[in-house]
Design a protein around this ligand. Sequence first.
Ligand code: CIZ
Length: 352
Amino acid sequence: EPEEIHRRIAAAKEALGSRLVILGHHYQRDEIIQYADYRGDSFKLAQLAAGRPEADYIVFCGVHFMAESADILSAAHQKVVLPNPAAGCSMADMANIAEVEECWETLHELLGEDASIIPVTYMNSAANLKAFCGRNGGIVCTSSNAPAVMRWAFSQGKRVLFFPDEHLGRNTALKYGIPEEHMAVWNPKDPFAAADAEEAFERAQIILWKGFCSTHMRFSLQQIEKARAEYPDVKILVHPECRREVVEAADLYGSTEYIIQQVENAPAGTRWGIGTEINLVHRLAKEHPEQFIFCLDPVVCPCSTMYRIHPAYLAWVLEALVNDEVINQVSVDETTAHWARVALERMLAMKG
Ligand code: CIZ
């Protein structure tokens, strides 16, 4: 049966030719990556989609917010398809627009005229949260440019509201020089649960949304200690969505693209203990047999929602496209797309 699916995907790809571009996120399994015209992180892939206007169809093998970003950045005639609509991102889903608006209003009531808050959303968020940032003087960040975005945000206001990933926010704020006592965590389910919550929000330079990536939360200090005990020469490389203690115990940390670059530029014989999604770690190990690469988590830790893109879904949506039938299109309404683009363009202008 896998051969049959392979044959169907290859035939549909051939039939669609340059009208089709398939994007594969680094966390996708090899059975999917083999069909990708481009591989990358979410932002790189969205930009690549925008650079291929001759493609009528962009099939995004990744998760929902990534397909939304591709739709926002691509041309009006291009249609973005997510092979399985159930491929969401549990972290992105931890902040929704109603909760963010409530947080925004509550903080402004609490802090009054003096609030001066700049909203910053991680790329891994729904389009309407990016639009919220666009409308409210805020910006989008990726895990690669989070420190530069934070610098920009503090040049615009006195406080930052960072969502949805608490850990990327905290690790970035620490790097920027904000001490933990000037950070407060907003739990949308019960923001004032702690007795000193009000003072904590008043004192805070950065308010971190209580969201997390379940894949990166699997990495622990104990795993790092065990790896170091076993291999004294090991270099620990982790993603900034990991907890503070994990990032602080690592030799290096950075975004998906950063992790790939570190491995690509390392000399033969380097030993890496890596803390990120397992498909990416396995692919790096396979593509760099001259190095010793292992995942810090001994129990396999795939991103379960990324895994929902199965080759059978890819075959199904591609065959429909051959018949000019668009299944599982992801489309962002014009107003939301406009304001989301404002926030994305602030990020791009800042980088340039
Ligand atoms: O935004 C992405 O692609 C993810 C999930 C992580 C990263 O570091 O780029």
